[in-house]
Design a protein around this ligand. Structure first.
Ligand SMILES: Nc1ncnc2c1ncn2[C@@H]1O[C@H](COP(=O)(O)OP(=O)(O)O)[C@@H](O)[C@H]1O
Ligand SMILES: [Mg+2]
Length: 488
């Protein structure tokens, strides 16, 4: 049962009991007063009759006396009006049945009339009586009158009392209910709301109670302090858990990267001599003036492509080794443009529209341009591959934008996107859903490594309307990295 209900029941019951007791006492007093007043009236009437009977007996007008007694007896309130002799027999008076009352009063026991008496007795209801000795020895004038009206009055008063108590109790209960609702139920409900919100996200709003709420105000303030401490602890634990997860992920990655490093080291080493030989031979071709221009063009193209391969291998090796990069000012717009150029041909082949949203001027960050270009190219390559066999719209939007101290590169495609279950794993080295020869599962891992090396973040999320949205954020103007924004 609710506290307020209990309080209302308890106070309501107390009010009823106290008022009932007070009412009953008052009613008893009033009844006693009424009976007393009635008895006085009976006494006055009895004395008058006594005088009348005295005069009538003195003047020998007994018939008049009988008439007077008869008229008093005719009053329905009269239980007995009589001249009673020593033996308790009625000499004159009435009404019918008065003998029973005379006996009921109990003074007529044959031992003579009482000097002067009065009292209360029962005779078919409550009566009061007055007895006065007349001039005739042994004779008593008895007047007994019913006081039933007092009982009727008491019953009516009892009813009034009950109604009054009920009305007052209802009014008091209503007032108590209102007061309790404002001072107890509402504040408690507010506290319960906040208690239930503890540990949830977002945390519950603090409980605000007026000072007039007394102890509940104190309780609310204490609760707010506790909730604040708990929320602080919770946030701390969440941060710890997140750091732990990130640490584990980095550990797993670094193991794979170590293997990758050994592998790439070997490949780079092995590729070194043939690549040098290719460059050497291409340079030889360049130096033959009598060859057609076409040959020399192709030779330059070969040298440029080999340079790219060397750069790539160097970049991959660098990331796998986790060597700290040496920051230089890099125009991110150029890096992104180059990355787009790297995939442009494949995009055209796949019937994919490239939608570029690049700013006019330079956006400079500190870092390694080759690596950044590589990071963006991996994202673009994934989008191209995802869209190649895609039935729906085939579009990749690439945008570069700035926001406060960050620069943002976003690659969005209209492809199938990444299933929820895979989202947590795609950054793991060697995780791929592609066939051998199509994917190695290194693209996103390498891009993430590059971006994190630059103090940035790489996030993947479903694109609104289908497809994938990849976002790289890099710090701008951060002292540690020497990043600067240069005007166009
Ligand atoms: N734009 C994209 N759309 C759909 N799936 C993608 C996209 N980008 C990455 N993925 C998924 O993430 C996996 C890992 O990508 P990545 O690390 O680049 O390796 P790879 O491309 O070699 O498979 C892919 O195999 C693919 O399942
Ligand atoms: Mg890839």
């Amino acid at each position: 049962m609710r506290i307020s209900t209990r309080l209302i029941l308890a106070s309501g019951a107390t009010i009823v009991v106290v008022m009932l007791a007070a009412g009953l006492i008052a009613q008893r007093k009033r009844e006693a007063l009424l009976v007393d007043a009635h008895l006085r009236e009976t006494e006055t009437l009895a004395r008058t009759l006594h005088l009348v009977s005295g005069f009538a007996q003195r003047d020998g007008r007994l018939a008049d006396l009988d008439q007077v007694l008869a008229s008093v007896a005719a009053d329905p309130a009269t239980a007995a009006v009589a001249l009673v002799d020593r033996e308790g027999a009625i000499r004159a008076g009435g009404p019918d049945g008065a003998e029973a009352c005379v006996r009921g009063i109990g003074f007529a026991r044959g031992d003579g009339p009482p000097a002067e008496q009065s009292g209360i007795a029962q005779c078919g209801g409550r009566i009061d009586w007055v007895a006065i000795a007349t001039g005739t020895p042994g004779e008593t004038l008895l007047l007994a009158r019913r006081i039933t009206f007092v009982e009727r009055e008491a019953a009516a008063a009892g009813q009034r009392l009950l109604l009054t108590i009920l009305a007052l109790a209802a009014a008091a209960t209503g007032v108590i209910l209102l007061v309790l609702r404002r001072t107890l139920s509402a504040p408690l409900a507010e506290i319960v709301r906040a208690v239930e919100g503890v540990g949830r996200t977002p945390p519950p709003a603090p409980v605000r109670l007026r000072r007039s709420a007394g102890e509940l105000h104190v309780l609310a303030e204490a609760f707010n302090r506790m909730a604040e401490r708990l929320e602080g602890k919770r946030q701390y634990l969440i941060r710890q858990a997140e750091e732990q997860i990130a640490l584990e992920r980095r550990l797993r990655q670094s193991e794979k990267f170590a293997a990758l490093g050994r592998f790439t080291g070997g490949v780079a080493h092995e590729l070194g001599s043939p690549l040098s030989a290719i460059v050497f031979r291409a340079e030889e071709l360049l130096e033959r003036p009598h060859d057609p221009d076409e040959v020399r063009d192709h030779a330059s193209g070969v040298i440029a492509e080999v340079e790219r391969i060397s750069e790539l291998v160097r970049g991959l090796f660098h990331i796998a080794q986790r060597d700290p990069i040496e920051p230089h000012p890099v125009d991110l717009v150029v890096a992104v443009r180059n990355a787009v150029a790297d995939v442009a041909r494949a995009a055209t082949r796949g019937g994919i529209e490239l939608d570029l949203r690049l700013p006019e001027g330079r956006v400079t960050v500190a870092g390694d341009g080759v690596l950044l270009r590589h990071a963006v190219r991996n994202l673009l390559q994934n989008s191209v591959q995802a869209l190649a066999g895609h039935a729906g719209e085939r579009r990749i939007r690439v945008s570069v934008g700035e926001q406060a101290t960050l620069v943002r590169v976003v690659v969005e495609d209209t492809g199938p996107g990444i299933p929820e279950a895979d989202l947590g794993r795609v950054f793991e080295p060697f995780f791929t859903t592609k066939d051998v020869g199509e994917g190695t599962g290194l693209g996103l891992a390498v891009s993430l490594g590059i971006v994190e090396e630059h103090g940035g973040r790489l996030r993947l999320e479903p694109r609104a309307g289908g497809g994938l949205r990849a976002e790289i954020t890099l710090p701008i103007g951060e002292a540690g990295h020497g990043v600067a924004r240069e005007a166009a």
